[in-house]
Design a protein around this ligand. Sequence first.
Ligand SMILES: Cc1cc2nc3c(=O)[nH]c(=O)nc-3n(C[C@H](O)[C@H](O)[C@H](O)COP(=O)(O)OP(=O)(O)OC[C@H]3O[C@@H](n4cnc5c(N)ncnc54)[C@H](O)[C@@H]3O)c2cc1C
Length: 358
Amino acid sequence: MIDFLIIGGGIAGLSAGARLSEHGSVTVLEAEDALGYHASGRSAALFEEGYGPPSVVALNKASAEFFFTNDYLTPRGLMLVAKSDQADQFRKDLSELGMAEISVADALVHVPVLNPESVAYAALSEGAYDIDTDRMLQDFARTIRANAGSVLTRQKVTRIRKDGNWLVEAADVFQARTIVNAAGAWADEVARMAGIAPIGITPRRRSMARLPAPGGHPGGNDLKNWPMMLGAGETWYAKPDAGKLLVSPSEADPVEPHDAYADDMVLAEGLARYEEMVTSPVTRVETNWAGLRSFAPDGTLVLGPDPSDETFVWSAGQGGYGFQTAPAASRLVADLALGRAPELDAAMVSALSVTRLR
Ligand SMILES: Cc1cc2nc3c(=O)[nH]c(=O)nc-3n(C[C@H](O)[C@H](O)[C@H](O)COP(=O)(O)OP(=O)(O)OC[C@H]3O[C@@H](n4cnc5c(N)ncnc54)[C@H](O)[C@@H]3O)c2cc1C
């Protein structure tokens, strides 16, 4: 009999599993051949404390110490850029993200390819970091195994029944006291299998293109030190990555849960929005991909036991914040699953609860 059976081998499932493995037996079931195959393997890997709605920002802040202590962060910085007709949006983003306005001339010092004829406003935050997401996933999996837990791939859950305890059918059959639903885009599907009411998770596609280093800035120190660039209103972003530049159209198109791939037209339009702000044209896309950011109806995470059955625990709706919130979100999931008083304050716990959606 397993104490905590976790469905989903992404960052949500592995981080919750690592926390819980210190208090009971844990098995993680992942449908795919590899951990982090879906959203968790396709992220932009950014930590920005001020990014997200209030309950996400609370989780970001509560996660910061864990990130620094375990050395998962490398300074990146975030630069907001806007055109002359985007003044209102620029001010809104500036205050939401708590950024400081800088001159366009200063912005060009940081990112020499910015086009001073199209960039009218710029702001910079030093408090944005690259997250070592691969190491996070592997470290959480290692913690589970070190605590005598199991992390199993090729175990797609197809049937869930309750007969006193949970009976979960995948490639093998598992018996568990508590299920943690960390199935990302498939979280509602897993709930339905278990006879638990779905919460209205919407997977939203976000595409990404990898470009060669912009002209004149081959992947040396220069590009490496550029901040991530964000178009006002989150209409595109660009981020240096191992000598290349990742550019995303920042779309949030609702889709069914699936193995996501980039939409060519959406990608082309996003690249055009980026290209408008720089002097170096996009000549080639080396590769592209997409991932699903899965949101609850109110856009924030859903963490904790279901009110209809406390042995069914949600860790879903991570949206675009699954990595930066994982340290605190997994602690909250574990606290609630173990019946311990959460470290987060009560208002935040309730803003993240399943009950708020019912
Ligand atoms: C383009 C992009 C950029 C992003 N940038 C950032 C960023 O900069 N910072 C940040 O913090 N976050 C970012 N995110 C969001 C982050 O990647 C997600 O919030 C996070 O990865 C979600 O993790 P998860 O474990 O909930 O989902 P997933 O990683 O999708 O894991 C869920 C797993 O459940 C498995 N599963 C589903 N059904 C079953 C079943 N029946 N049986 C067994 N297994 C099952 C799936 O195979 C999957 O592996 C980004 C996302 C995208 C797509």
